[in-house]
Design a protein around this ligand. Structure first.
Ligand SMILES: Cc1cc2nc3c(=O)[nH]c(=O)nc-3n(C[C@H](O)[C@H](O)[C@H](O)COP(=O)(O)OP(=O)(O)OC[C@H]3O[C@@H](n4cnc5c(N)ncnc54)[C@H](O)[C@@H]3O)c2cc1C
Length: 504
């Protein structure tokens, strides 16, 4: 995937601003057509915004009512993930979920969830009683009296999905530019209804601009002179637990939801690690992804009520994500006062679930607005699936290592990631340490990269022919190593209240 500056005034049918789940899904959907498309992303790689810092759940379809756009697109999106994951090869499994009631008052909430599901045609919903719960999820609290079981709920590796949707889009003709924040938007009526788009890397024009900038969708709409909404960040803190708890519950466990949040959950992630969270509270700063002692207390108090065997002592990593909440609390997807500028804004939860359906909805809007394209005859829906050494049989691992000795060299001992997988991830577009981590899991295990980061950095430096001091954690100025530091060392004892925010 090239990442160089634009040719002078490059011209496209569609420019997508923002490479989260929504932008990447739209790019892939557009790559089925003959439209010329470019995706502009502020960060060095796609999926580094809210789309990497979430619960990774493909919601079952019954949580939101049918009268909101997010409620409609949740169920439509849910049904598209099987084909998408089969074609692209990212991790996705329908493990099912339980929403649990602890008293008779909460049974009404279960009734409402079932009614939502029936109104939308969500199949397979069941009401489980206390005995069934004990049999199916023995580690669930014995105080749970009933639950709604939804087999349609799945878990996904959200960042892997973003990377591979973009890769598929690029293989089918879409252009991608990372480290290209959009800084200006000017409507050129006199030049055939086109938009002049400015970035620090150069300018380009497009007939249509899709505003999929997540937390900054209001700022992008402002640049275009069509802002009608404000985005507020609602933070969610999540906590990852030690492998000893893998398999402790086998379905996503929800408490009964509140009006602003689906509650604090126990999530068996696609890779097997248990995750607990998220919290839900508004913050002012759109870059504030810190975790807090209060958040941890709230999460562990809530989840131990659901699953008493979980303890805060099992936490190995923590991170926070920010939901992009619009004033209406619903998705804002559609045309604006100026021709060709289309908002995909306010994509809070269940935006990951809905992303493939959002993409289809946007293509319909583009066609209604006059984008004339044909289906591409040569569209290739599948891409080579990434190799995950750990998930191969012993015979397959031996054969692979015989064929390519780089698969015999272990880089990440916690997650058993080989040098071959790191090299493959670099060939497929990883540009920084987080790009490798989110593609391969190197650095996500118990030691949190203490063992493998150095070797990963060497491989990045070798791939891009740069000194190791230029390798970054996630682009920009997030360098990790420096040449030499001449400072007087004065090590103060760490404050016991210091907490580190880490990505999961
Ligand atoms: C804690 C938490 C848990 C969640 N759990 C779930 C879940 O389990 N299931 C679910 O369905 N949803 C969940 N969500 C919601 C889901 O993560 C979001 O709805 C989804 O990721 C939004 O995707 P997006 O593409 O709209 O935004 P983002 O992923 O934020 O992408 C927007 C992109 O725009 C880029 N950008 C910003 N400004 C500019 C600019 N000027 N120029 C170029 N690019 C720019 C950003 O860098 C970013 O990459 C959760 C959210 C949170 C916070």
């Amino acid at each position: 995937m090239p990442n160089d500056v634009f040719s002078q005034h490059a011209s496209y049918d569609v420019a997508i601003v923002g490479g989260g789940a929504a932008g990447c899904a739209i790019a892939r959907e557009l790559s089925r057509t003959t439209a010329t498309t470019i995706l502009l992303e502020r960060d060095i790689e796609v999926g580094f915004g809210t789309s990497k810092a979430n619960s990774g759940i493909i919601h079952g379809g019954h949580h939101s009512g049918p009268n909101t756009l997010k409620g409609q697109l949740e169920w439509e999106g849910n049904q598209l993930w099987d084909d998408l994951s089969r074609d692209l090869g990212f991790g996705f499994a329908r493990i099912g979920e339980l929403t649990v009631a602890f008293d008779t008052a909460q049974l009404e909430t279960l009734d409402r969830l079932e009614a939502n599901g029936h109104a939308k045609g969500v199949p397979g919903l069941e009401r489980w009683d206390r005995d069934r719960l004990r049999r199916e999820e023995p580690n669930l609290s014995p105080e749970a009296i009933a639950a709604v079981f939804a087999p349609t709920t799945g878990v996904v590796n959200p960042y892997e999905a973003c990377f591979l949707m973009l890769e598929s889009a690029c293989r089918n003709g879409v252009e991608f530019r990372g480290e290209s924040p959009v800084t200006g938007l000017e409507y050129l009526e006199s030049e055939g209804d086109r938009w002049l788009i400015s970035t620090p890397r150069g300018q380009l024009t497009a007939r249509f601009v899709i505003n999929a900038a997540g937390l900054y969708a209001d700022a992008i709409a402002d640049l275009a002179g069509v802002r009608t909404f404000t985005i507020r960040p609602r933070k969610g803190e999540e906590y990852l637990l030690d492998k000893r708890l893998n398999g402790y519950v086998s379905r996503v466990i929800f408490p009964c939801p509140t009006p602003v949040s689906k509650g604090i959950l126990v999530i068996p992630t696609y890779d097997g690690t248990l995750m607990v969270g998220p919290t839900a509270h508004f913050v002012e700063d759109k870059e504030d992804d810190t975790t807090s002692a209060d958040g941890a207390t709230q999460v562990f108090e809530s989840v131990t009520r659901l699953v008493p065997g979980i303890s805060a002592r099992d936490c190995i990593a923590e991170f926070a994500g920010l939901r992009a909440v619009a004033d209406t609390e619903d998705f804002i997807i559609g045309t604006t006062a100026k021709p060709g500028f289309i908002n995909v804004a306010g994509i809070q939860s269940p935006g990951l679930t809905a992303a493939p359906a959002i993409a289809r909805h946007v293509i319909d809007i583009l066609h209604n607005e006059g984008l004339t394209t044909d289906r591409r005859d040569d569209f290739e829906p599948t891409i080579p699936h990434p190799i995950h050494f750990i998930s191969l049989s012993t015979e397959e691992q031996i054969a692979l290592a015989d064929r390519d000795p780089s698969f015999a060299r272990m880089i990440c001992r916690c997650e058993l990631v080989t040098e071959g997988e790191i090299r493959e991830a670099l060939d497929r577009g990883a540009r920084c340490l987080d790009g490798l981590k989110f593609r391969t899991r190197a650095g996500m295990g118990r030691c949190q990269g203490g063992f493998c980061s150095g070797r990963c950095m060497e491989l990045i430096a070798e791939k891009y022919d740069i000194p190791i001091t230029e390798v970054t954690k996630r682009g920009g100025s997030s360098w990790i190593a420096c040449d030499r530091v001449d400072v007087a060392v004065d090590i103060a004892p760490a404050s016991p209240t210091d907490r580190n925010s880490q990505d999961g």
